[in-house]
Structures are given as C-alpha cells and as structure tokens.
Design a protein around this ligand. Structure first.
Ligand SMILES: [Zn+2]
Length: 469
C-alpha cells in the first residue's frame, strides 16, 4: 500500500517511509512504553511524570521542547522551525481516562499487551498512540534528512479528559507561540465504515438547569392540590413552550445565527453513506425524531439541538404516593452550531424563561463554542492527498461532527483552520474497558503525518497572501 506509483513525485518521501517500516518494532516498543505509564487527569495519577516523559521523548526526536506550567497540568510544547513553508500545529493530550471499570479489562490497563495486532492499554488510542504516531513521523523525517519540509509545532495538554479547563486561556495568552497555518488533531475513531476520515468541525455545547419551586415542604395532594403552586406542572409547561412537536425550538431568536450549508458542504453531506435502517435497528427505535425529512448527517452538522438530559421531581418509589412535590428540576443541553455563541444563546434561554415562567430559576452549567473550518480552506487538498497516498484509501469527509471538542480555541481564538484526522480504529473502545489501537492504524498514522509534512512542504503557494488576510 506504500504507493510505488508516487516515486516520481517530489513530495513523496519514499526514504522516510522506508525508514518508518524499518523502525516498526522500535516504534511499537515506544508506544508500549508510553502507554504503560498512567496519566489519569481525573485523579492526577502520573500526570506530571508523563508530562516530563513525553517532553524528553520529543526532545530526543529533535524538537525544541519545553513544559509550560498552568494552574493545572503542564502544557508540553515543542517546535522545529526554520524550514519555512506553512507551519503545522499538532494538538493532542497526554492524559487518559480512568481505567474503570477495572474488572472489564482482559489484561491490566497499564500493562500493555499485544493481541491480534492490537495494543491493549488505557490511552493506546485516546490519545497517546495517535499523537505519538505524529511525533514519530517527525522523528523519521529528521533522522533521514536532518530537517523537516515545513515548520512543525506540537501542543500536548494534560487535562483533555476533564474538559480542557486551561486551554481557552492558555491559547489566548500564547497566540505568538502557537501561530500556525494549519492545526491537525488525530484523536477519536475513524469513520464507522473503517475508512479514514477528515472532519472539519464540531458543535459547541451549553448546559443549563431549570428549577421550579412551590411550597416550602411536600404537601398532601388532596388537601393542597389545586391550592398550592405545583412546581412540576410549572416546569413541564415551561418546557413545552421551548420546543414544538415538529422538533422546532421555539425560544425567540434561537436560530438567528444558524447559517445555511454552503453548496460544497451540502454535497459533502450527500456523499456520506449513513445507513439509517441499521441505526434504527441497532438502537431499537422506529422513527427518527422530528423533523423526519431531515438527513442524519445534516442534523449533526448544521442544526442546533435542545435536549432534556434529566427531569427530576416528586415521588418515584413503589406504588403511589399522593404528594404535591415542592420542587422540580430539568437539566438540559443545547448543541450549538457554527456562528451561534454560548453567551448569546444563554441570554435567549434566560429571556424566554423570564417571559414564560418568571418563578423558575435558570442556572448556566458550562459551555463550549462550536468550531468549523470552511470546506474550501487551502490545506484540505494536501491533507486528503496525504491520506490517500499513505493509506491507499479516499477519506470520508465530514463538514462537522455532532459532538463537542474545544477546537474553537484554534479556529476562533487563533484563527487557524483545524482538521481532525483520526488514526485510530473505529472499534477502539475509547473510554471503555479493553481500549486498543491496531498496529496497522498506528503505522498508518505515522505514514500519513510523514506524507502530510512533505505535501505541506511543497504547498507554500496554498498560504494565504498578505492581501487576502
Ligand atoms: Zn477521551
């Protein structure tokens, strides 16, 4: 699959790819060593040690590297500049999820084992194996040529699995250090089909809680029902004013900032092969949520949602209890799409609650802005070509995915186009027991980054000129 057909191409780093193949065992050993070291951000276990460990590795690979302290886990920053051309910024995280449920693992989560061509260990795919693959491409290039074809920067954080609390401020304060032309993030699984994928965006998220209260104690529903205020009805009626039966969110101005898909984005969505009957079968439902005519991919990429994550009130024990509850609570989240802003949408939610149920309190519970890189940005083609050349398959292009990651710190705070190019098998069991990374994907990740560096090195012309800023 390492394409002989490209040997006439100056951007095809055949010698580097040959070096990567030669060093396969050495690279796998490095992966095993890395994932044998716990770095659990939820508990703090091993995080500082692993920050030093990967800093030392990056230094040995040929990057100028340093640890930058934050109020939490340190950032690991490395760079190799001087090559000119576009600057590639690689972002990943050296922390991992806790290993629980511990009894779900076939082997110890921090004693890596290779079975059937896969490394089983916590962090193998999420995210140590994937960013190590990127770093090893840099190592392979430098060991062959003593220089890189383009400038490379690397930022690894140690708190991604607890929500990246330091990233917004860190990136805002280190704009010069992190200045780049393209950010590539290799995290998460590839397309469910098993094909490589490129994703250009993520939705944002806004959490909030609605709390309705009645009397200062629970009451007898016969004596006091119809007399004392009923917080459960208050809350249910408020919720019913927020979304209609057609799935349309009826909060004033909710869709004001939602932008229509461009023709190119719509085309990309149409090319995605989503097996809706299989989804229904797997998840055990008969019909998609309203509006039924809207495609699944379009929903995830282009439309915001309002979900009631939890609804709590009153008696839920055996039999019946004739009680009038004193309180009702709804926990909700909104997934935001490009151009919506969490502050603005929260203000609209608050205004809606004030108008329809002034006695209900609304409390904000965290948020993250959405991120979207335009589909016509200048480096999509080099990324696509690198994947095809290194993996022998055309990637699936997602204009965005439904979930949320703090990529806006790159696209919005730094103004740099950002793509997700995962190099981890679709069945990696991310966050679950028996997390694993196939050695094929690990090696594919190294090759893909190596070809990408070469592609970027000859794509100085893709860099926007001063007049087009
Ligand atoms: Zn994760």
């Amino acid at each position: 699959m390492v394409g002989a057909h490209r040997t006439d191409d100056p951007a095809w780093p055949g010698d580097v790819l040959a070096r990567i193949e030669e060093r396969r065992q050495e690279y796998v050993d490095l992966l095993i060593d890395y994932v044998s070291r716990p770095s659990v951000s939820a508990s703090g276990e091993g995080v500082a040690d692993v920050a030093h460990y990967i800093r030392d590795r990056m230094e040995a690979f040929g990057l100028d590297t340093r640890l930058i302290p934050t109020a939490g886990a340190p950032m690991v920053f490395g760079q190799r500049t001087g090559a000119g051309g576009p600057t590639l910024l690689l972002y990943g995280h050296y922390d991992v999820q806790p290993a629980d449920p511990a009894d779900g693992w076939t082997s110890d989560p921090f004693t890596p084992v290779i079975r059937d061509g896969r490394v089983y260990a916590r962090g193998a795919a999420d995210n140590k194996g994937q960013h190590l693959a990127q770093l090893l491409a840099v190592e392979a290039f430098l060991s062959c040529h003593g220089q890189l074809p383009c400038d490379v920067k690397v930022l690894l954080e140690g708190e991604e699995e607890i929500g990246s609390p330091r990233m917004p401020e860190f990136v805002a304060e280190h704009g010069d250090l992190l200045a780049a032309d393209l950010v590539v993030v290799s995290d998460g699984p590839v397309d469910p089909s098993g094909r490589p994928m490129i994703s250009l965006g993520v939705r944002g998220a806004l959490g909030f809680e609605l709390r309705a209260t009645g009397a200062n104690t629970e009451l007898h529903s016969g004596h006091w029902g119809g007399v004392a205020p009923d917080p459960v009805w208050d809350l249910v009626q408020l919720l019913a004013t927020m979304k209609d039966a057609r799935g349309h969110v009826t909060i004033d101005g909710f869709y004001d900032e939602v932008q229509p898909l461009t023709a190119a984005e719509r085309e990309a969505l149409e090319r995605l092969e989503i097996d809706v009957p299989a989804i229904k079968r797997d998840l055990g439902f008969d019909e998609l949520a309203e509006p039924r005519e809207r495609g699944v991919a379009e929903r995830r990429v282009a439309w915001p949602t309002l979900t009631i994550n939890g609804l709590h009130a009153g008696y839920d024990g055996p039999g019946l209890k004739s009680v009038l509850p004193r309180e009702a609570v709804a926990k909700c989240d909104i997934r935001l799409v490009e151009a919506q802003r969490a502050d603005d949408v929260f203000a609209k939610v608050s205004a809606h609650v004030k108008r329809h149920a002034p006695h209900v309190t609304v409390t904000r519970r965290g948020s993250m802005e959405p991120s979207r890189t335009p589909i016509d940005f200048p480096y999509l083609e080099p990324v696509r070509r690198a994947i095809v050349a290194a993996q022998g398959q055309e990637p699936v292009l997602w204009p965005g995915i439904g979930g949320s990651l703090p990529l806006y710190v790159f696209t919005k705070t730094l103004g740099v186009p950002t793509v997700q190019v995962p190099c981890g098998n679709a069945d990696q069991s991310q966050h679950g027991p028996d997390e694993n990374l196939t050695l094929d994907w690990f090696m594919a990740g190294i090759r893909t980054t190596a070809v990408l560096l070469a592609e970027l090195g000859r794509h100085t012309d893709a860099r926007p000129g001063p007049e087009s800023s």
